[in-house]
Design a protein around this ligand. Structure first.
Ligand code: SF4
Length: 409
């Protein structure tokens, strides 16, 4: 790691390891759907804040008003779902760009969560930040409020690639954001990288990974660009105007390069696109992939509590208008087949795979009965492997994960 004075700098995020007893604990996700600008590839529920203000759908005081609504939702959900006093092991502020909010608003939310739940002393508390909405003072304030993990959306260090993605920052600003988080004392920092960017070569993808490694983050998420319906990229792609997407062979070379470089640097790939130093896996996302319960607060947020999935109105103004009960839809998952499919689809994302015994216990049904023939077909095709009651993707299955996992839907 390039940084020194480790003890002084690790005051946030000093508690290192994922605890097995936290696996089924309640996690809290807080969605902040505001960004500086909308990126062309983005299918998240996010809105350029200046645009909302111009349309009259948000005021200059968008942050405190949104947080007021969020706290009303928290109160209503705790009452309706009987969540008051539950232990919480992870809190994740995602977006959007949560670091765009004044840090005192993050602090207000955390204080309210502490008032309602038993936030574990070693709880993982993450805030997503984007370069351009991230500086040392902001990070220091977040650390003071109890945040102990920062996830920075870098995507690339190449200014030309960033421009093609409609990102509003430069590579140097991404480096500065990382350094600012370190200076503010964060010892647990994740970087998001993207590969398969239009006109990106394998060499450019290598340079991005090497730049990220030079910073020494504890965690890296490295995703291939996908063209999602409803995005500006999708519209361009449908008209044949999105040029320079790497062909399949180049994309495959980038996958392999990513895995090789990160493994050599001591990062374990623990999920299809997520890599961590020992003890630094993202506990919040692990809970999700292991089908643990979570409460999602905010516009468009999803929750999974008991056997119930529910989701909120997506548009911030619609959400705020109904914050006491912002449910847009809900589904009771009584159907064991559906629960099994979900558990396998999520759990197989993990390198360690899924324990068929645990899946059977959690879903109250035998996965062999429902999916036995599919297991055999995928195993025969070299996509799945099993041993000691565990099922996992093979390296080939990992490369074709989207197609393989869709079979369990
Ligand atoms: S910064 Fe992130 S959430 Fe916001 S528009 Fe870009 S990709 Fe989407």
């Amino acid at each position: 790691m390039p940084h020194t004075k480790k003890d002084a700098r690790m005051r946030h995020g000093a508690e290192p390891e994922e605890k097995t007893e936290s696996v089924r604990a309640l996690s809290i996700y807080v969605h902040i759907p505001f960004c500086l600008a909308k990126c062309g590839y983005c299918d998240f529920n996010s809105y350029a804040v200046e645009g909302l203000i111009a349309l009259g759908r948000a005021g200059e005081d968008w942050a405190p008003r949104y947080v007021d609504a969020l706290l009303r939702e928290l109160e209503g959900r705790c009452r309706a779902l009987g969540l008051e006093g539950r232990p919480v092991e992870t809190v994740f502020f995602g977006g959007g760009t949560p670091s765009l909010m004044p840090p005192e608003e993050n602090a207000r939310i955390l204080e309210a969560l502490r008032g309602r739940f038993r936030l574990a002393p070693g709880a993982e508390v993450t805030v997503e930040a984007n370069p351009g909405a991230a500086d040392a003072a902001r990070f220091a304030a977040l650390g003071g409020a109890g945040v102990n993990r920062i996830s920075i959306g870098v995507q690339s260090f190449d200014d030309e690639a960033l421009r093609r993605l409609d990102r509003v920052h430069t590579g140097e600003e991404a480096r500065a954001a990382f350094r600012a988080a370190r200076e503010a004392g964060f010892g647990n920092i994740s970087l998001d990288l993207m590969f398969g960017i239009p006109f990106q070569t394998a060499e450019a993808a290598r340079a991005d990974i090497e730049s990220a490694l030079a910073l020494g983050p504890e965690h890296l998420s490295a995703y291939e660009l996908t063209i999602e319906p409803g995005t500006a990229f999708h519209a361009l792609h449908s008209r044949g105007e999105l040029r320079g997407l790497p062909d399949e062979e180049t994309a495959l070379a980038m996958w392999r390069l990513r895995d090789r470089l990160l493994a050599r640097a001591g990062y374990e790939r623990y999920e299809i696109s997520n890599f961590a130093r020992p003890g630094r896996r993202c506990r919040h996302n692990l809970n999700y992939w292991r089908r643990g319960e979570y409460l999602g607060l905010g516009a468009g947020a999803h929750s999974f509590i008991g056997r119930k999935r529910l989701w909120n109105h997506a548009r911030p103004d619609a959400y705020q208008a109904r914050a006491d009960n912002p449910t847009a839809g809900e589904e009771i998952i009584e159907d064991a087949a559906k629960a099994l499919g979900e558990a396998l689809m999520l759990g197989l994302r993990l390198k360690e795979g899924v324990s068929l015994g645990e899946v059977a216990r959690a879903c109250g049904a035998d996965p062999e009965e429902r999916f036995g023939p599919l297991f055999e077909e995928l195993r025969g095709g070299g996509l799945l492997e099993r041993g000691n009651g565990t099922l996992r993707l093979t390296p080939r299955g990992t490369l074709l994960a989207n197609q393989v996992l869709a079979r369990f839907m």
